[in-house]
Design a binder for this molecule. Structure first.
Ligand SMILES: [Zn+2]
Ligand SMILES: [Zn+2]
Length: 253
């Protein structure tokens, strides 16, 4: 299995990542990727980007080094009206919106019931497209069946996060959880996104371990949203109208 799009990457703007948009684009180009999404951390992660950063992501070209660049975010689940740490007015401007739990954002040691309630609320926001590393149930336990059912109902993709399988990752204990989520998604008919979660440009498009899991459990390739640029754009446009995806790519290609 080869995937030509990476919907989960971080730049220096995340506060604990070390490459620029240009470096990510060049690395993606070198690896033959067609598309990447820049998904920096929302403001409630220590050192995370301010809402204005996301508001101004229109400053980034739609194509860099021949790679389609989607302007996105990895928002944090939050106790706010829209379920996220970024306002709807800002995330509505983005090409792709991911959300996940992270340490020090108000859910450390929270109960399974509270986490599940908060994540369902975030996923019920029609602007949310992807849940990142849902299998990190060691740190943020959730009710798997409820989250997978919500993903199917809302058409939200669940991520199979490659970085969670890295022994050096703070989440390596959650590789079991990522696998369990992928199996639950398989059984329920949910879509998945396989993301690198690159915090340095050499990791962009690195999916080996997540792909091995997808192949092992025979996850159908047509339900992996990041097969290539066309499958990503189809997934996003099917969820809601995103006229900016067409306009900017046409103008800047
Ligand atoms: Zn994350
Ligand atoms: Zn991330």
């Amino acid at each position: 299995m080869r995937l030509l799009a990476d919907l989960h990457t971080h730049t220096v703007a995340s506060g604990h990542a070390f490459s620029t948009v240009t470096e990510l684009a060049n690395a993606a180009s070198g690896k033959g990727l067609e598309l990447i999404a820049i998904t920096d951390h929302g403001p409630s992660v220590p050192g995370g980007a301010h809402a204005w950063f996301f508001w101004n992501s229109k400053a980034i070209p739609a194509v860099l080094s021949g790679v389609r660049i989607l302007k996105g975010c990895e928002a944090n689940v939050a106790d706010t009206d829209n379920g996220l740490d970024l306002p709807d007015e800002v995330i509505a401007l983005l090409d792709v919106v991911a959300v996940g739990f992270h340490p020090l954002t108000g859910f450390d040691d929270a109960t399974r019931a509270r986490n599940t309630r908060a994540l369902v609320r975030a996923m019920s926001n029609p602007l949310v497209d992807i849940v990142t590393h849902p299998g990190n149930t060691e740190d943020f336990p959730v009710d798997v069946a409820t989250i997978v059912a919500t993903a199917v109902e809302r058409g939200v993709a669940l991520e199979l996060n490659n970085h969670s399988f890295d022994p050096a990752s703070s989440r390596s204990a959650s590789s079991y959880g990522e696998r369990r989520f992928a199996i639950a998604a398989l059984d329920a008919g949910a879509s998945i996104s396989i993301g690198s979660d690159a915090h340095f440009h050499d990791q962009v498009g690195t999916f080996d371990q997540a792909i091995a899991v997808a192949e092992e459990i025979r996850f159908p390739i047509e339900r992996i949203v990041n097969r290539d640029a066309a499958s990503v754009l189809e997934f996003l446009r099917d969820r809601r109208a995103r006229p900016q995806l067409d306009v900017r790519a046409r103008m800047e290609r």
